[in-house]
Design a protein around this ligand. Structure first.
Ligand SMILES: Nc1ncnc2c1ncn2[C@@H]1O[C@H](COP(=O)(O)OP(=O)(O)OP(=O)(O)O)[C@@H](O)[C@H]1O
Ligand SMILES: [Mg+2]
Length: 325
């Protein structure tokens, strides 16, 4: 077996060109090679239009690739589409809930569609409702739910069915932080059972929190992959430091100005600086400053994936902006 078919989800030189009669062809995937291990939460990241949904549609057999290969659990998505479908569940970016049914009926209908027996449906619904915190809303019609809750129900729905591989396209987009937290916790719990979870997002923080592995794509190509920590380390070990003095003296400012800092700013009694970890021993610096001056507060932050993304794609590109590439 080659390495691609060993992976839970894999692609090799995957190309997709959209050819609409009336417009110019669009190269949505430009030779994308990915592999996802069994049981991991994998995040496909990229700006709007990067090719995330296109990849997801191909890997879930909804769209044929132009060239290249893609497989799920070693099954080729073109040659063994039916077998692939038996093993996956997918939440698409577009909404797909029955608006005029209750939360409970949505869960039950979905499970029935997947041939799950009545008693079993009740048992699973109970678990999923608990897990996704939908208890208060069980009998509410979906049309009356907020956008974020509709989305949560959509994600909850796929966990009514036991499929080894689950795909979620922008599953937590538009959720408030509490809603998101509940959903993320539930997704994690499902992954612990050994399911492989593949999700797409353009929100870096989300991938950072949730994923074991990440691939960042842009213009249909992979620009970086690895675990969140590795992706972060690509940003050359930058640390963001905030120090508050009581008071901030000219002597401190002069001392700091001597250092080789990436950025440096101060306001009132607080200084904010960005430093490369390798160049200055941060701990030494802070110890020295707090020995000689009164430091009332300090904070060290590692760069976010957002920093990594900007570093990788160029500083003038903001990942969540720009509708087209
Ligand atoms: N049916 C289609 N016909 C023509 N072009 C398409 C079609 N679907 C997508 N595209 C184009 O292919 C590229 C990739 O789109 P895709 O939807 O895969 O991006 P995405 O990463 O999912 O973006 P988003 O974050 O906005 O969901 C874009 O340039 C898009 O305009
Ligand atoms: Mg998309």
């Amino acid at each position: 077996m080659d390495s691609m078919s060993d992976a839970a989800i894999g692609s090799e030189n995957l190309v997709k060109v959209y050819k609409e009669k009336s417009s110019r062809p669009v190269l949505a995937l430009d030779g994308l090679t990915l592999d996802v291990r069994e049981g991991e939460i994998f995040g496909l990241l990229g700006r709007n239009g990067a090719g995330k949904t296109t990849f997801l549609r191909i890997i879930t057999t909804l769209l044929p690739p132009t060239s290249g290969k893609a497989s799920v659990l070693g099954l080729d998505v073109t040659r063994a589409a039916l077998e692939v479908r038996k093993n996956i569940c997918v939440v698409l970016q577009e909404n797909a809930v029955e608006l005029y049914l209750s939360v409970m009926d949505n869960l039950a209908t979905f499970a029935r569609f997947h041939s799950i027996l009545r008693g079993e449906i009740e048992r699973r619904a109970k678990r999923v409702i608990e897990q996704f915190g939908l208890g208060e809303h069980v009998n509410q019609k979906v049309i009356d739910l907020s956008g974020g809750l509709k989305r949560r129900l959509q994600v909850a729905k796929v966990f009514m069915v036991d499929k080894p591989v689950v795909f979620l396209d922008e599953a937590t987009t538009g959720m408030d932080p509490i809603n998101k937290r509940t959903t993320i916790e539930a997704i994690r719990e499902e992954a612990r059972k050994g399911r492989t979870i593949f999700l797409t997002t353009h929100i870096l923080q989300e991938a950072e929190e949730l994923c074991d592995s990440i691939a960042i794509i842009d213009r249909g190509q992979c620009v970086a992959k690895g675990d969140p920590q590795t992706i972060k380390s690509l940003v050359a070990n930058i640390l963001e430091v905030t120090l508050t003095f009581d008071p901030l003296s000219e002597a401190v400012l002069n001392e700091l100005r001597q250092l080789d800092l990436i950025t440096f700013a101060h306001r009132n009694n607080t200084v904010e600086l960005c430093v490369r970890g390798g160049q200055v021993s941060l701990l030494e610096l802070i110890t020295k400053l707090s020995r000689e001056h009164k430091v009332v507060h300090f904070e060290i932050n590692s760069p976010t994936l957002e920093d990594a993304f900007i570093e990788l794609l160029g500083r003038n590109l903001h990942p969540t902006e720009g509708a087209s590439v």
